[in-house]
Design a protein around this ligand. Sequence first.
Ligand SMILES: [Zn+2]
Length: 512
Amino acid sequence: MTALAPIPKDAAAIILVRPETDPANPEVFWVKRSTKLAFLGGFYAFPGGQRETSDADTRVENGADQEQAAMISCAARELFEETGVLLARGSQTLTIGQRASLLDDLESKRMTWPELLNLYGLHLDANDFTFAGRWVTPPFAPRRFDTWFFLVTCPAKQSPKITEDSELESGEWIRARAAYAKWERSEIIVVPPVLHLLKALAGGLSDDLVERFLSVPEARRVPTRRIEFHPHYICFPVRTPTKPPATHTNSYLIHTSSEVLVLDPGSPYEDEQNALANCIDDLIAAGKTVREIVLTHVHPDHVAGVNALNDHLEEKQGARVPVAAHAATAESLRNQVRIDRFIADDEVLVLGGEPAIKLRALHTPGHARGHLCFFDERTGALISGDNIVGFGSVLIDPPEGNMREYLASLERMRSLPNLSVLFGGHGPAIANPYEKIDEYISHRLQREELILTAVREGASTPKEIVARVYTDVSPKAHATAERAVLAHLEKLEADGLVARTSDGTYQAHGIK
Ligand SMILES: [Zn+2]
């Protein structure tokens, strides 16, 4: 059942520094990814993208080796495509019109990037690109990249402007310190390398800047474990035997100056339990106390590490910490995990210390009967558990799963004011929460419509319906799809649109 994490693809990005900027607090060009994007939509980032085959053919002077040269080509090409800034030597003599037609030729793929540079007598020079680290996306994401970052000063007579059909919503010059402060105020979502780079840049363009860029092992391809999409929320993915294609479950450590809440320590594997415990120990070493372990729902990939963590905390803090969950979750876990406290719908968990973090519990059944989400009204962050995930799909498997309740839970999540981010049980944070919830709702309703049509056309069992409706799903996944169809049929039955006959088959009922 265990899936393999996606293989990282080569990518490159450019930290463009404004010419003549104040070296003590430099201005850099950052972009916002379109909220329509399925992957990292709404995140702030540096311009960049994936390597293309032709990047290996680009003429790069003074490159250390072929690989570095190709990645410089990739970075420069992506920057040009996304912002129109051309970093090639010799480009200062091009007219604006020539640059525009070069861009047009590149985007329409009339010629490749190396061919175009040759045609205009241009080349890249590695001395213009300062290596700023190489980061690998951790194995919890649906797409992974091995990204080279380069620091480059923008050529004096050019100014970046987001090109029309790029995947970017906007772009602007911003002081590194102001950008970092936006993250500190939970106003933006960034991936770990961008956060690290902004923090380093906020320290100024000093002689030791590159050293500071490279000062963490993550800048040398060690995948990040502790991910801070928002401050005070550490996302710590742990490897679990979860539902493929996901390979990890997100544990969250929500912390103030004095307290830590641990959410979903779900790994049954000792090495992963130790990694999480080490991260918690760092918070304890900083003077914080673990106050409670909280569970979003009953599934093994969310609870399997609770007892091991409590054994560890007993040793470390001298006492076990209470475990809290919804009463329905507690009932199902009776012989596996002791639940010390029940969390009811609408209850507010208040953490001591700074900042004042208050989490409103929302009983949101559907994926599981006792499923809880937690809403931070201060920042608009919603811990969405397995109701919305950043990787894979959500299975509604009766009787624990209930499609009618699930859709009602999604509607309830949709109605929350000022949602800024969803922290799901799997995969990266979701920075376009309303778009994502809408997508989930409409996906389910479309499926329901197809299933109802299939029943009206005579399909009467989940197996027959899957054969008609799930034509995009491999036969291996048919057993799972039948569970999902059953959930839809139960909803349609409750809605009065289909009826279950005495032999357990389904028929259409009346006209909608
Ligand atoms: Zn689950």
